[in-house]
Design a protein around this ligand. Sequence first.
Ligand code: SAM
Length: 246
Amino acid sequence: MKLVLNMFEASGMASESSLGSCSGSEEDFVPSKLGTKEYWDNAYSRELQTYKDIGDVGEIWFGEESMNRVIRWLEKQNTPENAAILDIGTGNGVFLVELAKHGFMNLTGIDYSSASIELATKVLAEEGLTNIKVQEQDFLNPSPELKGFDLCIDKGTFDAISLNSENREMAKLQYVSSLRAALQPQGHFVITSCNWTKEQLLQIFSPARSVLSYRLELLQELPTPRFQFGGVTGNSVTALVFKRLS
Ligand SMILES: C[S@@+](CC[C@H](N)C(=O)[O-])C[C@H]1O[C@@H](n2cnc3c(N)ncnc32)[C@H](O)[C@@H]1O
């Protein structure tokens, strides 16, 4: 199991690009292969083979604490164990495993990479978790059945989608629209991102003026490690909880 703290460790890109994308303004964004389905298909095909060979589940994006802080928040809210939870872009499915270990039993994971779904299915089966739904789905073109969730979780998926070179603005709008369809009124959305600051995520998911007939409101920022560089203090990852108001 490898801990990956940002989008560029995995792709082996230069640290300059990493800084430009992970802490810069939106204009600094450099489209990357991490924004393509081909990249994830290849990545998870390799991880699937490694899993078959040596049982290693592969990369844990942003480290284990990124899962623990969300689970702590869920437990603090007394989230019912039967809450319907969707993991958007589940990758190897390890977040689903952790949620199940903490008692949550109504879990769904989707990913647009078939190799990811194959890997997640194997990882879950190995843990005896055959009641968790994992489905190959593009969140930017979801099935009409992907709805009614009390909680939607995103760890690194919106980041990956934002790195697509084509139609990035459309992809962001489509993501918000798919989230709207998936989330129940009063439901929560927890996003962990290394590419977007709190302010940018607020502009995307909770804009002051919205043409949408529903609103997401920032409920809480979950504490993440802070760093200091050149007299500026920042966070390497941002974790926000939104609530759907209507
Ligand atoms: C950085 S990885 C994070 C994986 C997982 N959430 C984790 O924390 O380990 C990004 C994931 O998003 C998935 N993904 C990217 N775009 C997607 C889309 N449009 N629909 C569904 N999944 C997508 C990728 O296949 C990949 O599994």
